[in-house]
Design a protein around this ligand. Sequence first.
Ligand code: FAD
Length: 377
Amino acid sequence: MDFRFDERAEKFRAEVRAFLGEHLTDEVIARVHDTGTVHDWGLHAALAERGWLDRLALDHAEATVLSEELARAGAPADGWGTSELVAHTLQFAGTEQQRAEVVPRIFAGEILVCLGYSEPDAGSDVASVATRAVADPEDPGWWAIDGQKMFTTLAHESAYVFLLTRTNTSVPKHRGLTLFLVPMATPGIEVRAIHTLGGERTNVTFYSDVRVPDSCRVGEVDGAWDVMKVALAFERQAPAQGEASRMLARAESWARSTGRIDQPDVRRRLARVALENEVGKLLSRRSSWLHGSGRMPVVEGSMAKLWASESFRRTSADLLDLLGPEGVLQHGDAGAAAAGWVEHAFRHSQVMTIYAGTSEIQRSIIAERGLGLPRSR
Ligand SMILES: Cc1cc2nc3c(=O)[nH]c(=O)nc-3n(C[C@H](O)[C@H](O)[C@H](O)COP(=O)(O)OP(=O)(O)OC[C@H]3O[C@@H](n4cnc5c(N)ncnc54)[C@H](O)[C@@H]3O)c2cc1C
């Protein structure tokens, strides 16, 4: 592939930057930092108005430029990310009704959809979920759902949860799962906040006799695994490389403002971070280019996600070390070096190696699917 973008894409980059200059205000950044809710309805509506929420509808260069600029600027996009991937999965596996009623509202920026996969005992091995969905024999066409989900990010702002349930216990675990698109307003759903080390708010969600019609089902009964393969591949394509560029820019301006920029060790460390970020950017561009040319970049997506998160953990630790004692003060504390953003990056980098597939899982995918090594699980 050609890693450069043409003039049109660079013009689009200028447009996105101007857009962010107008809509990504200090107030939005402060609210996201203070609440840990990585979503902003005003910004989301403005993105929708431009027609940018469906990145598959843009050409690949534009979609990549948009993602790069949003991540670089620190635009809150977690709710957009989960909703967009559900919309794309519904386009592939949803019913006509779901495609007509839910997908347009997602892309219009009216609603969010959260992901209800993980449970206390089912994360990496998501096929072992225990949340039960049982067809009601007395009320044909209705299901009753009971269970608990962990890390249901943005559940407190979402209109629907894309819920992975167990519908059959007498077949191998992958073959007994069914997906539902459940309205969050359904009686029996409870949402409780979890505040993570990385500064994000996520949730634990409880489902007690949650009754939904069969029209909420996505895919076949016991056939969720075929749908999940598509949904998980969409999820692994979006490494947050921009956060590392933002951290580098902040560390560099700290080095300039303190005069440390002239010290060889400081320059060497900043250069090393710049190199690591460049590798991450290229891996990410390759993945999105493959996607844009009609292929599903499973191994390449894992490579980009693994590099982005592991490199971010390495480089944020190194820069935190460089900043010294003031570096561990948090954003908002008086005297915090680099306004506490490197400290924030360091904490967040730990969490990034976990969600959307842990580093160990990404390594297994690369080893098995990319290198043809035997299965380890
Ligand atoms: C901030 C945050 C937001 C999240 N948002 C969502 C969300 O919106 N929706 C959702 O459904 N989930 C979400 N998750 C859950 C996330 O997908 C899981 O945390 C992740 O898949 C890991 O699962 P686990 O936490 O159960 O850890 P486990 O799977 O129990 O893993 C524990 C450790 O064992 C390792 N391990 C596990 N299996 C293997 C293996 N086969 N080979 C080698 N090593 C292995 C892991 O790499 C890890 O180091 C979120 C998580 C976080 C932290």
